[in-house]
Design a protein around this ligand. Structure first.
Ligand SMILES: [Zn+2]
Length: 156
């Protein structure tokens, strides 16, 4: 499957070299293709992810679009950790709409308390995190972090 199926846009990142940005995006394209989600629009943010995280992903509900952030110490992470982290974040995209859809009836029901909403949200988030953690090792099996990227990954 051609890499150009994923639309990828990048912005300048102070904490990550442009070659590393290319590697991150090329690897994410490979993962999205493995997951059968080749037409995702992924933006690599110039903002680092929160302290204590290796990366984070935020998706736009109902649209195949997401913003990926990686941590300030990204360059010092072992390649195997980069692989697992990026697979983990891409896997979150397979569940993003499910969590949003499950929360929708609760958000608009006046009989549901905010405590219950928070509890359900917490259960969904925890379950998603466990599933994504387990599955990331399965999906990452045999995948290697790219050394060099020819041209720009998935531009277009
Ligand atoms: Zn996660």
């Amino acid at each position: 499957m051609p890499v150009s199926l994923s639309k990828i846009r990048e912005v300048s990142m102070g904490h990550i070299s442009s070659k590393e940005q290319d590697r991150i995006l090329a690897f994410c394209v490979e993962v999205l293709q493995r997951l059968g989600m080749p037409s995702y629009e992924l933006v690599l943010s110039d903002e680092p992810s929160d302290e204590g995280t290796d990366a984070s992903i935020a998706s736009v509900p109902g649209r195949y679009a997401a913003t990926l952030r990686v941590c300030k110490r990204w360059d010092s992470l072992p390649k195997s950790e980069k692989v697992n982290t990026l697979v983990h974040e891409m896997l979150h995209l397979t569940h993003a709409d499910l969590v949003q859809d499950a929360m929708l009836p609760l958000e608009f029901s006046p009989s549901v308390s905010s405590d219950l909403r928070q509890a359900v949200r917490g259960i969904l988030d925890m379950g998603t995190e466990r599933w994504v953690d387990r599955m990331s090792y399965v999906i990452a099996e045999g995948m290697t972090y790219p050394k060099k990227v020819k041209g720009k990954a998935g531009q277009g």
